[in-house]
Structures are given as structure tokens and as C-alpha cells.
Ligand binder design. Structure first.
Ligand code: HGY
Ligand code: MN
Ligand code: MN
Length: 412
């Protein structure tokens, strides 16, 4: 039975973690940043060193092919992968596990001379973490990029996409050319850490993912009046930050109460302007993110929160602007891919449980063009998007071996 080389996989995980490594552990490796581009070059050399074909598309997606050096409708490929970009101060496994386990699987299959009647490709999708609107690279690959929006796309820190991509040697205007030929992907399966506590607390080694949440991001701009923080009488103040704060607390209650029990909300970006202690905030900006496995619930919550923002603004005499930034749709994972993962678990004598993914993933874009699915390994303590994100090395090896047998099943 073909198995992965666990030592080689762990060594690559440790090597990739060095790009953007933080002194206290963890990593910051935003897409198109210098550490990310160094990591891209390293990954391309590892792909070639593994005896695979390596190529990069106009959206910056990196590919490694066994039996393929590009995508073509004539020879549909089985694809696996994830992403090598990270959130700021993130962990070393989110994304990296799926890319490096996929690379390991293809190399192990090649070295074993195992039969794979279809081409196998491993992908590292650009900007999965959404510095420029979520799941950028896989959106381009699946033909879902809004070309007209590219010239004005900016990160929350104001850096234009065009500038970031040009610094990395890419022309943002060409990103839509990354669209895959119709029918070029036979199936897609992604290995990822769960990033939550369910598997770890259940003591189950593998999750078969049956659906992936939709993620909606909205920018809200509250406009009041800057004023002297000492001399302006309290009853005359039009404090934009207090309106944003009231909205934030009320939106959380709304989503918890009316979200059907599986919806979540977060406000992780807050700007106050002019942002000094002796001026009443004239302007406050929030990025509000909501997630749900149910598209109708997500839409209903978005409308209710927009109405809430306007009501708070009206009552406080504060202007409110609501700008929808990005929205991914919840997707069901392919029963064929789920069955292939379950079959691999049985082959390896591993227990599994079926979970929905509360995180967004590139697999939800691939679901728009092919049979797409995921498998998870446990995150210790459910920790992720934090520097102490970790998984047991034996869990990593189990996940990679389940991925290998899943790929062989899908390719047969
Ligand atoms: O935010 C997410 O759901 C994923 O980690 N990108
Ligand atoms: Mn991820
Ligand atoms: Mn992530």
C-alpha cells in the first residue's frame, strides 16, 4: 500500500513556516508580500525537486502536475491543494497543510509508480485569506472574478491590488485569464485543519466535510462630527464611534438570536478618525463579517443588520453608509468526493465524522465547476488564526494518507 513519507512532509511544513516567521512563533505571510513571494519560489523548487511539472497562472496560483503540465479539457485532472498565504499572526498549518500534503501525495504516488489513470495536480491558490476579497486565486480559476473591480480593489490598509501584484511580478488585469478550460477538472479534494474544536473534542481522527459556510463581508461607515473632546457639551456631540459601538453590540445579539444557531458574526476591523484622544470621533469604519451554512439565513441577516445600522444612525443623528465587500455562497460538498474520503478512512481503519465547515475554503469555489470536497484533521484545542495553532504530527500523517488514497480513488 502506497503511503506518504511523513518525515519529508513534516520537514517541508517546518521549511515553509520559516517564510514570514514571527519571533514568538506563528507566521505572517500575506499574499503578494515579500515573504509570500519567497515562499512561492521555494514551493516551485520543491515541486520540481519532487519530479513534478511546475507552473504558475496569471492569478498567481501555483501548480504541480503528475502527468500534466497545464489544464486541458481533453485530460481532466484530479486536483488537490489549498493556500500558502496566511492571516496576520496566523498559524503554520492553515493552508500549508493542504498544499504540502498534496505535494507529498503526488511525489509518493510517482515514486511508488502507483497507477493514476488521470493526471494529478496540486494547487496553491492565491490570497485565500481575502486580503483582496476572499478566495481570490480559486475565484479566478473558476471564472468568478469581477474583472471590472480589479483596478479599484484595495486591502483594508489601503494598498491597491494592482500595486501588490505588480510588486510580485503579476499584472492584475490579466488575472481573469487564469480561468480553467471547461471540464478540465475531474474532481477536487482539499485537506485542511478543522480550525475549530469539534473533532478534537470528539476524539475522532478525520472529518468528512458535507458543506462549507458562506462568508459575507460588509464595510460600514458612520459619519458624525469631529469636535473638541473637552469643551463640547455632552448632549451636543455627534460621536461616530459610539454609533459604531452600539451597532457592533446589537448586531452580535441579532445574529446569535436570529441566525438559526449556526450563524456567526465578527467585527475585526475598526477605524476611528481622526483617531486622537482629544477629538470626538467624526468618522468610524467597521468591517462586519457574517457566516452561515444557510444562504437564505445569511441574506436575511445581512438585510436585518443593514436596517439596524440605519436605525442606530437615525436615532443618533449619525450618517451611515453600508458597502457590501464580498460574499461567498454556502456550498454542499460532492457526495462522490465524500464517499472517496470515507472509503480511504475505511481502507486505513480510521474513524470519521461528517461535519460542515465553519471556515471558508477554496473548495467552495471549485464546487462551482466540479465535484469538490474536503477532509479535516483535528486542530489541538480548536485553535486557529492564532500563532499557537497546532495539530498532532500523527494526525498530520493520517490526514495525508487519507488524502493519498482519496486521490487514487478519484483518479481511477
Ligand atoms: O476565514 C476563513 O474562513 C478561512 O480561514 N480563510
Ligand atoms: Mn485556510
Ligand atoms: Mn485561514
Amino acid at each position: 500500500m502506497t503511503t506518504v513519507n511523513a518525515a519529508r512532509l513534516h520537514a517541508r511544513i517546518a521549511a515553509l513556516a520559516r517564510f514570514g516567521a514571527l519571533p514568538g512563533g506563528g507566521v505572517t505571510r500575506s499574499c503578494w508580500s515579500p515573504p509570500h513571494e519567497e515562499a512561492r519560489a521555494w514551493l516551485l523548487s520543491e515541486i520540481r525537486g519532487a519530479g513534478l511539472q511546475a507552473w504558475v497562472d496569471p492569478a498567481g496560483n501555483v501548480f504541480g502536475g503528475l502527468g500534466a503540465s497545464s489544464f486541458s479539457a481533453g485530460t481532466p485532472a484530479v486536483v488537490t491543494g489549498s493556500h500558502i498565504d496566511t492571516v496576520p499572526e496566523g498559524g503554520i498549518l492553515d493552508g500549508a497543510l493542504g498544499v504540502l500534503a498534496g505535494l507529498e501525495c503526488l511525489q509518493a504516488i510517482r515514486e511508488a509508480g502507483a497507477a493514476a489513470p488521470r493526471p494529478l495536480v496540486v494547487a496553491a491558490w492565491s490570497d485565500e485569506e481575502g486580503r483582496y476579497g476572499s478566495l481570490f486565486g480559486s475565484r479566478a480559476f473558476c471564472g468568478r472574478l469581477d474583472a471590472a473591480a480589479l483596478p479599484t480593489m484595495t486591502a483594508v490598509d489601503g494598498e491597491p491590488l494592482v500595486t501588490a501584484m505588480a510588486r510580485a511580478g503579476f499584472d492584475a488585469a490579466r488575472a481573469p485569464e487564469a480561468r480553467a478550460p471547461e471540464g478540465a477538472v475531474h474532481a477536487y479534494v482539499e485537506l485542511h485543519i478543522e480550525q475549530g474544536p469539534r473533532l478534537d473534542e470528539a476524539g475522532v481522527p478525520i472529518a468528512v466535510v458535507d458543506s462549507i459556510v458562506g462568508v459575507r463581508r460588509t464595510r460600514l461607515i458612520f459619519t458624525g462630527q469631529a469636535d473638541h473632546a473637552g469643551t463640547t457639551p455632552m448632549e451636543r456631540r455627534r460621536d461616530a464611534f459610539l454609533a459604531a459601538a452600539e451597532y457592533s453590540l446589537s448586531a452580535r445579539e441579532l445574529v446569535v438570536e436570529r441566525g438559526g444557531g449556526r450563524s456567526v458574526t465578527n467585527i475585526g476591523v475598526v477605524y476611528v478618525h481622526p483617531g486622537v484622544s482629544n477629538i470626538v470621533p467624526g468618522r468610524a469604519e467597521l468591517v462586519h463579517e457574517m457566516r452561515s451554512p444557510d444562504a437564505d439565513v445569511l441574506e436575511r441577516l445581512a438585510q436585518a443588520c443593514e436596517a439596524l445600522a440605519r436605525e442606530v444612525g437615525e436615532r443618533r443623528g449619525i450618517g451611515v453608509e453600508v458597502r457590501r465587500m464580498s460574499a461567498t455562497i454556502p456550498v454542499a460538498c460532492s457526495p462522490k468526493v465524500q464517499a472517496a474520503v470515507e472509503g480511504a478512512c475505511k481502507q486505513l481503519g480510521l474513524g470519521w465524522k461528517t461535519l460542515y465547515s465553519a471556515a471558508g475554503h477554496d473548495a467552495q469555489n471549485l464546487a462551482l465547476i466540479t465535484d469538490s470536497g474536503m477532509l479535516f484533521i483535528p486542530s489541538q484545542g480548536g485553535k486557529s488564526h492564532r500563532v499557537d495553532e497546532t495539530s498532532d504530527p500523527a494526525a498530520i500523517e493520517r490526514g495525508a494518507n487519507v488524502l493519498l488514497h482519496t486521490l487514487l480513488t478519484l483518479a481511477s
